[in-house]
Structure formats: C-alpha cells, structure tokens
Unconditional design. Structure first.
Length: 249
C-alpha cells in the first residue's frame, strides 16, 4: 500500500471494540508466547552487554554509583538520565525495533494461518538493515527528547512510537519519514484505545513476576500484541478489500 492509502484508512477508520481486541490479544498470545520469550531474551542479553560495555568505557553513568545521592533531585535526575543514557538508547533501540518487526511479521503469519518461517531476525538482512537502523535512531531520539521533557510528553509519545515496528513490518517499502508520520497519525487517532489496551496487557504481563520474577520473561510480550490488532483492523493488509475499511468514528 502507498502512504496515501494507509493515511486514508487511518483517517476514515471505524470505531474499534476494546473487549474484542483484548480477547484477540489473549488468544494470539497463547500461540505466540514462546516466540515472544525468545525476542525478550535476545533483547535482554543484548541490552545487558551494551550497558556493561558503555559503563566500562564511562560513556554512560553507572546506575549503582551512589555518589552525590544527598543532592538527589528527582526532576533534574530524571531529565539528566534520559540524556546521559542516550548512547545506550541509540544502540539498543534499532535492535529492539528490528526484533519487534520480525515478531509482528510472525504474528501476521500465525493470525492469517500463513506459512511461518519463524525468522525473528528477518529485518536485519539485505535492504532492510539500513532502514531498521535509521528508524531505530529516530525512535531513540524522539523518545529521549520526550523523556527529557518529563512524564506527560513521554506518555503521549510512547503510544505513536509503539506503532513504528508494526507499520514497518507490514510496509517495509515505505521510507522512514513516512513510517514515522503514519505511526503518529495512527497513534494519535487511536491513542486512548491503545493506551487502555497496553495498560491492561501490561498488568497481565507483569503477573509473571509471581514466578520468582523469571516468569515475566514469558508473559511480558503480551503487551506488544494489541498494537498488531489495532493496525490490522484500521489499516489491514495489501490484499484486503477497501470496502472493509470504510466508516467513520
């Protein structure tokens, strides 16, 4: 689909049902939990290694350094940490975005009962590698600036940012700027629905902490699934009929 096609579907999208999407999310999670676990595990290992290297090279502050804690101020510390951790964010975010895009591709294959190649690294190959890297940098910069401006801007921006991977996974031919524009268009259009679904699934994902904390690695990936269904029901896929997406809110 072209940028204009997707934008049209977003702007003329029909109202979505919270309960239906939550039910679809729970059902898909039953089939995707293991693939989600692999994604979280790979990202956790990579992020840990990057954090260790950057702290060792003194490129980011040591989180266990308690020096100067007596002058601690939550507001200034929060803003400073978002800037000081920027090197780690810019290194980890492209990898996270690429893994999540591969995860969404597998979600589509399972959801539509297509043949599944289980390749979570598919967007790190060929022509997609550069695009994943650029999108990851754009994501990291937007997130860091929003975080530095404190909680409310970050909470707002987090929802549109959550659509980066699913839009890229289903439209890898679009350029990076168009993906960003569409993500903010869809995220703004369905902000409250997305926030509510991610809040509920986030609580469900945190239940894994009851299993000595390790269980959360198996459950937390559920928080990524509502975004897939919102995209599917608003934008759809290349071979969907235009009639299915005509409606107003």
């Amino acid at each position: 689909m072209t940028f204009q096609d997707i934008q049209y579907r977003i702007q003329h999208s029909k109202q979505l049902d919270f309960g239906k999407i939550l039910d679809l999310t729970l059902n898909l999670f039953k089939e995707m939990w293991l693939k989600g676990f692999v994604m979280i595990l790979v990202l956790l290992v990579f992020g840990g290694v990057m954090a260790f290297l950057l702290v060792s090279l003194s490129l980011i502050p040591n989180p266990y350094d308690v020096a100067g804690i007596e002058e601690f101020n939550f507001f200034t510390s929060y803003a400073k940490s978002s800037i000081s951790n920027l090197p780690q964010t810019l290194l980890v975010t492209p990898v996270a975005l690429g893994l999540l895009s591969g995860f969404y591709k597998m979600c589509k294959q399972v959801d539509l009962k297509e043949s599944n190649n289980d390749d979570i690294f598919c967007f790190f190959k060929g022509v997609y590698f550069r695009k994943v890297f650029v999108l990851g940098l754009m994501y990291g910069l937007i997130a860091s600036v929003a975080q530095a401006l404190f909680l409310l801007p970050y909470i707002y921006a987090f929802i549109p940012l959550s659509f980066f991977a699913v839009i890229f996974a289903n439209n890898p031919e679009l350029n990076e700027t168009d993906i960003v524009k569409l993500s903010f268009s869809l995220g703004t259009k369905k902000w409250f629905l997305t926030f509510g679904l991610m809040f509920v699934t986030g609580i469900l994902g945190m239940l894994g902490i009851l299993a000595c904390g390790v269980g959360m690695l198996f459950t937390i990936s559920i928080v990524y699934l509502p975004v897939y269904f919102i995209y599917r029901d608003v934008v759809g896929f290349e071979d969907d009929s235009e009639i299915d997406f005509i409606g107003t809110e």
